[in-house]
Design a protein around this ligand. Structure first.
Ligand code: F6P
Length: 547
């Protein structure tokens, strides 16, 4: 339907397509000369992070096209709605207010008109009380011992954020042994419990719904382990739960004073800022967790206030859209040059692929443009020795997000410079490539025959012109980590608005869950159902074989 707003969006897409087509004509490297203010316009500062998008595929004309698309799509109004507690997640009738969880004390935020800030603060105080009590020994186990270990049980958004935060920040306080269990494969909990003593272990089961099969199975296994060591009453003192359905946690048998609630306006993959981060708050100390929240809050303020052309989440999203929609690039690598962020790609897989991996718009119609890409990655430099060959010379162009830090306190002083040199080298190599003429000259100088050079030189040529985004922080601190995760959250939101999808539901994961429940019944001897021939044969093969 043609309306002024729709026409403006269509015109913005046309402009982006034209800019993308012409961007193919000029290599990224050549743009620095052609666009003298390229570096200045494509470098922004936000909440302690520097974002360098100058090595991206877009021209400055492409940037302007993206900014027009952002304006035409109503990103600013959508952002205000998000922060204002409007029902942004319309398919589930919910506000989306993870930003309220990291807003300073004394805020006055509302979810669909209902005040939330006082409850958020009360929740934070309860988290701090548990964290302080466990850490100073005033909260102890059933046998009077202090807690030395925490077993965090959860999956998806109830696991990936806490696991990442702990891995990233544990050098700040490694005194508590925090372990994670997500998978319903019993191998994981067996391994996690190995070496733990029930007398000194606190189990924290985290599930927004408290219905998730994996988490309930692991919670039961952990409770049985506690009961075996401490008895029924003792086990209760060692078990806490976090949920947006606290009544279900109580029904499961958790003491009400050990149940930490959060709210349905917190999406699972956006929940690390809530009591879902409880195990991190205990293991790191609440002050560290508070600093993590403050880093994210600083990014919230930046996203809310910075002009679009200097707005880091908007620009990061824009570069991604230019690659995805303008240039048809269907994957993106994320490579943190920080071993402690090696779980970032997994976190972003859920954040981006669960949020924006959709083909139907909020209007119920097919989306007009391709949406989320495949996200993959690993820590640099490790990834360089695994998948970077494809990034440099593969047939497909795969944009790369590089994350790095200016300084680090860990390890011998020279190692961080080596790490950083690799980050810079990869970004440069991906952009400049290596010409065939250059390779031929080298091989000629080495005395190879023309026939050998004809075969070898093309194989050793790098096409270059492969885009990267760089996110740089001073150090991997609680603040920069909070800002980094909030940056990606808002990037994901901006993309969802432009694609016209609801980034906050996940209907696509439901069918598999339903079928698994039915198949479990069949595998355990229940009556067989009709399936496709392949599944029927497999059920016949596997029923009863699991033990
Ligand atoms: O995989 C789907 C999902 O609903 C995720 O969105 C969520 O983070 C995860 O399952 C875990 O859900 P819960 O926290 O309710 O156990």
């Amino acid at each position: 339907m043609s309306t002024p707003a729709a026409d403006r969006i269509a015109a913005a897409w046309d402009r982006l397509d034209r800019a993308a087509a012409s961007s193919r004509l000029t290599p990224i490297l050549d743009r620095f000369a052609a666009e003298p203010d390229r570096l200045a316009r494509l470098t922004v500062e936000a909440a302690g992070l520097t974002l360098d998008l100058a090595k991206q595929s877009w021209s400055l004309d492409g940037l302007d096209a993206v900014l027009e698309l952002v304006r035409a799509s109503g990103v600013e109004a959508a952002r205000d709605g998000l922060f204002g507690g409007a029902i942004v997640n319309r398919s589930e009738g919910r506000a989306v207010l993870h930003s309220a969880l990291r807003a300073p004390d004394g805020s006055d935020l509302h979810a669909d008109g209902v005040p939330v800030s006082a409850e958020v603060e009360a929740g934070r105080h309860r988290m701090r009380a548990l964290a302080d009590g466990v850490r100073d020994g005033t909260i102890r186990g059933a046998t009077g011992n202090a807690f030395k270990a925490i077993l965090h049980i959860g999956i998806g958004g109830s696991d990936l954020g806490p696991r990442l935060v702990w891995e990233a920040l544990k050098p700040l306080d490694p005194s508590i042994d925090l372990r994670f269990v997500a998978n319903v494969d019993g191998a994981e909990i067996v391994q996690a419990l190995t070496g733990l003593d029930p007398e000194t272990t606190l189990v924290i089961a985290v599930s927004k719904t408290f219905t998730t099969l994996e988490t309930l199975a692991n919670a039961e296994a952990a409770r049985d382990w506690l009961r075996a060591g401490l008895g029924e009453d003792g086990a209760r003192l060692h078990f806490a739960a976090v949920s947006a359905a606290p009544e279900r946690a109580v029904a499961f048998g958790v003491n009400p004073d050990r149940v930490f609630a959060f709210w349905d306006w917190v999406g699972g993959r956006f929940s690390i800022w809530s009591a879902v981060g409880l195990s991190c708050a205990v293991a790191l100390g609440y002050d560290v967790f508070q600093r993590f929240l403050e880093g994210a809050a600083a990014m919230d303020r930046h996203f809310a206030q910075a002009p679009l052309e200097a707005n880091a989440p908007v620009l990061l999203a824009g570069a991604h859209l230019f690659n995805r929609n303008g240039l048809g690039r269907a994957a993106r690598a994320v490579v943190p040059y920080a071993q402690r962020l090696r779980l970032l790609p997994a976190f972003l897989q859920q954040l981006e692929m669960e949020s924006n991996g959709k083909q139907t718009g909020t209007d119920g119609r097919p989306v007009a443009r391709p949406t989320a890409t495949v996200v993959f990655g690993d820590a640099g430099t490790n990834g360089q020795h695994a998948f970077f060959q494809l990034l440099h010379q593969g047939v497909d162009v795969i944009p790369v997000d590089l994350v790095g830090f200016a300084a680090s306190d860990e390890g011998p002083a020279d190692m961080h410079a080596k790490l950083t040199a690799n980050l810079l080298a990869q970004a440069e190599a991906l952009m400049i490539g290596r010409s065939e003429a250059d390779v031929r000259a080298e091989l000629t100088a080495k005395g190879l025959s023309p026939a050998e050079i004809d075969i070898l030189a093309p194989q050793r040529t790098f096409p270059g012109n492969r885009p990267t985004s760089l996110i740089l922080g001073e150090r991997l601190s609680p603040e920069t980590l909070g800002a980094l995760l909030a940056l990606y959250e808002h990037k994901t939101f901006v993309e969802g608005v432009i694609w016209g999808i609801n980034s906050f539901d996940q209907w696509g994961v439901e069918l598999g869950k339903t079928l698994a429940v039915r198949l479990l019944d069949e595998l355990e001897g229940g009556s067989r159902r009709a399936h496709d021939p392949s599944t029927t044969a497999l059920v016949a093969r596997l029923a009863g074989a699991h033990r």
